[in-house]
Design a protein around this ligand. Structure first.
Ligand SMILES: [Zn+2]
Length: 334
């Protein structure tokens, strides 16, 4: 997802006339076939989650602040910092906990687009305002976060080469952060790399109920992905299948280190257009609704062109279980 972002930290292109940028933006979006990326602001009206994480949207989404106690929102030029109020509350709660524990800042990555929906790159899910990616590298200031993240490759991986164990960058701060997130009552599940799940299984003390929410998944070695449960105010929200009982530290986790998991048959779960779930009808109204307020996102929208042009990529692998409604995922996220 980041291949076209410059490692030098420079912008993908120099400032240009607005008309040209709008044209680029429209062209990129059309090529990637999602109208949702062209929407610059949330819809008017009550907040409501519609559909599921990989085929949904959100009306009346709220905007995550750039910074708050214990957290900083990064890569805002992607314009993916909107979500249900429960998601924003969760992030604030996690920030407070982080501030109390080590004092470093948690870097908050993508939530949803202003009205959710399918993205032009990087994610299959994150569509209904209940998903957020959280980086495992902690920073000391918003300025450091910007230097580390803006138009750059992802930060250091927490998984050692070979994928069987955690790297030297991983430690107590990361364990505490993920456990704190998993213990939050609104959190339904958290996706992490299998090597991270294994470390958590081996080091958890006392009550292990929270481990049930920690779901092993490919990638997710530098960030973890948090998904909330459907909020009570959203009857059209589609819940996912419940996570299996138990701490998930047994045979299910072992599968991820098996030859079958590590050498999937080629083409075994290639995505096809037909495999995409239909977007709920109620999302059409969200897409076409008036903006909640006059657009004041011009700067972010122009910067967002980088994200639109970066495109989706990655390899597809088989997996066991029922985590993803449409049955496939990219290397980076889903
Ligand atoms: Zn994610």
């Amino acid at each position: 997802m980041l291949k076209l972002e410059l490692r030098s930290g420079r912008r993908l292109f120099a400032p240009a006339p607005a008309a040209l940028l709008v044209g680029l933006l429209a062209g990129a979006s059309a090529a990637l076939a999602t109208p949702w990326s062209n929407i610059s602001s949330p819809s008017k009206g009550l907040t409501e989650v519609i559909g599921g994480p990989a085929n949904g949207c959100i009306g009346g989404a709220e905007t995550l602040s750039k910074t708050g106690p214990g957290y900083v929102s990064v890569r805002r030029y992607r314009n993916r910092y909107y979500g249900h109020p429960d998601l924003l509350s969760f992030i604030q709660d996690l920030g407070w906990a982080q501030q109390r524990s080590s004092g470093g800042l948690v870097m908050i990555g993508d939530l949803s687009q202003p009205r959710g929906g399918r993205m032009s790159s990087s994610h299959r899910s994150h569509q209904n305002g209940l998903d957020v990616d959280i980086w495992m590298t902690l920073v000391s200031s918003p300025a450091e976060a910007s230097r580390l993240m803006d138009h750059r490759s992802d930060p250091q991986t927490m998984v050692a080469p070979g994928g069987r164990s955690v790297s030297g960058h991983w430690g107590t701060a990361q364990r505490t952060l993920i456990e704190t997130a998993a213990r939050h009552p609104r959190v339904d599940r958290i996706f992490v790399n299998p090597a991270i799940k294994r470390d958590l299984c081996q080091t958890a003390q006392g009550d292990r109920l929270w481990l049930r929410k920690i779901r092993p998944w490919q990638g997710h070695a530098a960030h973890f992905h948090v998904r909330l449960t459907c909020p009570p105010d959203s009857p059209q929200c589609s819940p996912q299948s419940p996570v299996p009982a138990g701490d998930g530290c047994g045979s299910e986790l072992a599968w991820w280190f098996s030859d079958e998991a590590r050498s999937p048959k080629k083409g075994s779960s290639k995505p096809t257009h037909a495999s995409r779930p239909a977007t709920p009808a109620a999302c059409s109204a969200v897409l076409q609704a008036q903006a909640r307020k006059p657009s004041s996102y011009a700067g972010d929208l122009l910067n967002h062109a980088d994200g639109l042009l970066s495109g989706a990529s990655g390899f597809i692998r088989r997996f066991p279980g029922n985590l993803i409604p449409d049955g496939f995922a990219s290397r980076f996220d889903f």
